[in-house]
Write a protein that binds this ligand. Structure first.
Ligand code: DGL
Length: 270
């Protein structure tokens, strides 16, 4: 019955938290590749190799469906994995599409041609690798026309969060919001395109001000996963045990995770 959740590190826990609340009976197996975080400064081949290794481990743990709770992996590796690597009986889904469907006011899986949407100026905050991939703009162009996207590569934020240095993370978020505003002074919407950023969502909201609608992934991904599993109940795999796995140092990762989610989380070696 297990579903896998993969991230480079701790950020995917924001997605785990939302999906676990939404689907409390599903055992989720979380894998954080903390030994290799951050992914956002790596090249696409490197991200592909690391992501396939992590997802293979989740298949081994009894998951037939894995959510890449990592925009960087979704942007840099997912398409290549789906085309040539994922076995026919397994599924790997990313976190971009639910977000873009919300932004473009679409129902899940609505594949009708792109159309004009209400929002015209969108600020995208993401890792350098996600911004360089232009995957967000590509997925958006399949669904909407006439939307101006200004992307801000938020260097350093993921490192600071992984290190637990929230003062540095906050200062970096504020400076990235300032940099974005110099390029796009009045965004109507801001997309937090990295699953680590919900951990500093209040800082983004405060720096952006109340007139900017902030789109954050965890609840959108949870709603979309619930819908997907309703339509594909066979994709809940044979694994029965919920667990947290890390390629990093379990004690250190558990203590950060417990601090972020404000509940006891115990990781074990992947
Ligand atoms: N949380 C990830 C994302 O959504 C990864 C960040 C990183 O490892 O740089 O992009």
């Amino acid at each position: 019955m297990a579903v896998g959740i993969f991230d480079s590190g701790l950020g995917g826990l924001t997605v785990w938290d939302a999906v676990h609340k939404r689907l409390p009976d599903v055992p989720f197996v979380y894998l954080g590749d903390n030994a290799h975080a951050p992914y956002g400064v790596r090249d696409a081949d490197d991200i592909y190799e690391l992501t396939t290794a992590g997802v293979a481990r989740l298949f081994e743990a009894g998951c037939d469906l894995v959510i890449l709770a990592c925009n960087t992996a979704s942007a840099a590796a997912l398409r290549r994995m789906q085309e040539a690597w994922v076995p026919a009986e397994k599924r790997v889904l990313g976190v971009f599409v639910p977000l873009i469907e919300a932004l473009t006011e679409r129902q899940w899986g609505d594949n009708s041609p792109p159309r004009e949407v209400a929002v015209k100026n969108v600020a995208l905050f993401a890792t350098p690798a996600t911004v360089a991939s232009r995957a967000f703009q590509r997925e958006l162009a399949f669904r909407a026309i006439g939307v101006d996207v200004e992307a801000q590569a938020c260097g350093g934020v993921v490192d600071a969060i992984e290190e637990g240095d929230m003062i540095l993370a906050e200062a970096l978020v504020r400076s990235h919001v300032d940099a974005l505003r110099r390029k796009m002074p009045h965004p109507e919407a801001a997309v937090l395109g990295c699953t680590h950023y919900p951990l500093v969502e209040e800082v983004f909201r405060d720096a952006l001000g109340p007139e900017v609608a902030v789109y954050s992934q965890p609840d959108l991904v949870a709603a979309s996963l619930a819908d997907y599993l309703g339509r594909h109940p066979d994709k809940i795999g044979p694994g029965r045990e919920a667990m947290f796995l890390t390629t990093g140092e379990p004690k250190r990762v558990s203590s950060r995770a417990t601090q972020f989610l404000r509940r006891e989380i115990a990781f074990r070696p992947a």
